[in-house]
Design a protein around this ligand. Structure first.
Ligand SMILES: [Fe+2]
Ligand SMILES: [Fe+2]
Length: 133
């Protein structure tokens, strides 16, 4: 079993974003494998950078889409994206001088799961009503 698994109940109803979320899960799994497999720091930092870059890419894509459909929850959603981006940046900085432990992986797993289930899923209905109209 994978460390974090995308399941159907995490679907936000937009194929593009479900694909992005699956990719984020797979990068976190890669990081978990690298950490638990005792890979060298350089590899671990590379995977963390990949996670950061993909997170920024995905957040921007969601933000553009939310603006396009005039989603009322956009400001708060964007704020959470900013917080998560900063937090991930901090982890990247911390990983330059110390090892990544299980608590960092748990944190990443929790933020992604929470964000998809409790923040992203809130736009599902708004998007589907806009595309139907
Ligand atoms: Fe998302
Ligand atoms: Fe989001």
């Amino acid at each position: 079993m994978q460390f974090i698994e995308w399941t159907q109940n995490m679907s936000v109803g937009i194929e593009e974003f479900d694909t992005h979320h699956r990719k984020l899960c797979s990068i976190i799994n890669k990081l978990n494998d690298a950490v638990s497999g005792g890979k060298e720091d350089k590899i671990i930092r590379e995977v963390l950078a990949e996670l950061y870059n993909y997170t920024v890419y995905h957040f921007l894509a969601e933000e553009e889409a939310m603006e396009r459909v005039e989603y009322p929850g956009y400001p708060l959603h964007r704020q959470e994206h900013l917080d998560l981006t900063l937090k991930t940046m901090e982890l990247m900085r911390a990983a330059e001088s110390s090892d990544i432990g299980g608590e960092v992986l748990d944190f990443l797993k929790n933020w992604l799961t929470h964000h998809i289930l409790e923040v992203d899923k809130n736009y599902k209905e708004h998007f589907s009503s806009r595309s139907a109209g």
